[in-house]
Design a protein around this ligand. Structure first.
Ligand SMILES: Nc1nc2c(c(=O)[nH]1)N[C@H]1C(S)=C(S)[C@@H](COP(=O)(O)OP(=O)(O)OC[C@H]3O[C@@H](n4cnc5c(N)ncnc54)[C@H](O)[C@@H]3O)O[C@H]1N2
Ligand code: MOO
Length: 385
């Protein structure tokens, strides 16, 4: 995972529309172009007054101001205006009294309330002043941050944009769901699985290409997608079989191999490399292997590409509710179900099967030298969502 973090660079900053910036990270500080609020504003429906120590009640009503009115009037001591929430208070008004605490008789306002300076007035610039920093470089644009920038009138932000992604599906045996299966064929499921996993995190600029187990076709397809994408995810054809052409084609295309094969289960033959500025993951075709590699490696790479300054896949330590005997010497990511402080390792851990993955909300990680874990033991758990 460390190798992914050090080798994946953030995309060059671009200005994009604020409405398209959800969950991206600011590439530069943003300063407020205005005072917010831009004028003294009433926080209540009621009456704005100008009082002093000699005049605390029986105000003379002189005007009405509602939200949106372009009214910059001033009051004399002892005067009041009818006012509504969000309306500009008279420029020198020093309190707003809620209408519930008032009565009006013959144009005179009586109040049943204490007067304090600037009660119920939102002062100009009290949230932020013009030229002050609104959000810092690296800030995540969640809905509140997007709303905040919109309150300042901002429509565009400089961010590290989302990557253009290509998914390449390899395999002669694969047919699209919805068509009948001939003997020897299986339904192709990695494309939709990866596409929806990506879409869930907001990554939707995806080109899907399918290629048969043919060296020249694989090379041509990979050459094209590498040229057109920031991130290429390849499914299958990365192991050692005579018809696994992905590794050979990638190297022939002068891809820099950063790692190939990891001591982990599932996902042993995972390939990670770079070609020019394009990041490439060749995922094992086994569906559970492909998805595990997606969660553990690709989600981190995506966050790095969009400039997340402090991402690491969320992990927690949970108490195991069942025993598990680990056979091999690879580290294992095990499909699991976390409930509160407990986690259960599910059955059906095969890389070729998705039945237990479909019920999982976590992956328990056991180090390579672990032989078994007992009920009640604490285990490292990746939460997947
Ligand atoms: N002699 C060895 N054989 C294998 C090794 C090994 O070390 N030595 N490693 C095994 C492991 S572990 C894995 S994982 C697989 C990975 O193989 P590939 O990445 O080359 O993937 P394929 O052979 O193309 O497919 C594997 C398996 O998954 C099915 N598949 C592939 N793509 C899809 C898809 N899009 N949708 C659904 N199912 C898919 C495919 O039919 C195969 O059954 O290699 C082992 N072999
Ligand atoms: O490493 Mo493979 O992904 O176990 O089946």
């Amino acid at each position: 995972m460390e190798m992914v973090n050090t080798n994946v660079l953030s995309k060059k900053p671009e200005k994009i529309l604020l409405k398209d910036a959800l969950d991206l990270f600011l590439a530069e500080d943003v300063f407020s172009p205005i005072n917010m609020p831009p004028f003294n504003q009433s926080a209540m429906d009621g009456f704005a007054v100008l009082f002093d120590e000699t005049h605390q009640n029986n105000f003379t009503l002189v005007d009405e101001i509602k939200a949106g009115d372009n009214n910059k009037r001033k009051l004399n001591i002892g005067e009041a205006v009818r006012i509504f929430t969000g309306a500009p208070t008279p420029t020198n008004a020093n309190a707003v009294i809620m209408q519930e605490n008032t009565s009006v008789e013959n144009g005179v306002l009586n109040i049943d309330d204490t007067l304090t300076d600037y009660k119920n007035i939102r002062l100009e610039g009290e949230q932020i002043k013009q030229k002050q920093i609104a959000l810092q470089k690296g800030a995540k644009l969640n809905p509140a941050a997007i709303g905040f920038l919109a309150t300042l009138g901002i429509t565009e932000v400089s961010v590290h944009p989302k990557p253009k992604i290509s998914i390449v599906i390899t395999g002669n045996e694969l047919v699209t769901p919805g068509t009948p299966l001939a003997f020897g064929q299986i339904y192709e499921s990695n494309a939709i699985m990866l596409q929806t996993a990506l879409a869930k995190k907001g990554f939707t600029d995806i080109t899907l290409v399918k290629v048969k187990d043919d060296y020249n076709d694989t090379k041509t397809v990979l050459n094209n997608v590498i040229e057109q994408s920031d991130l290429v995810l390849i499914s299958g054809g990365i192991s050692v079989g005579d018809y696994d052409f992905v590794g050979k084609a990638l190297l022939e295309l002068k891809t820099q191999q950063i790692f190939y094969k990891i001591k982990q289960k599932p996902g042993k033959p995972l390939f990670f490399g770079k070609n020019q500025n394009t990041i490439i993951f060749a995922l094992p075709g086994n569906p559970a292997s492909a998805l595990t590699c997606y969660y553990i490696y690709i989600e981190s790479a995506l966050q790095k590409i969009i400039g997340n300054p402090n991402y690491s896949k969320p992990t927690t330590t949970l108490t195991l509710s069942n025993e598990y005997i680990k056979k091999g010497t690879r580290g294992e990511f095990l499909k699991a179900k976390a409930t509160g402080s407990e986690v259960e390792i599910l059955g059906s851990q095969s890389s070729a099967m998705l039945n237990s993955f479909a019920q999982a909300n976590a992956l328990v990680y056991l180090e390579d030298d672990v032989k078994m874990v007992k009920k009640g033991e604490k285990v490292k758990t990746y939460i997947i969502d």
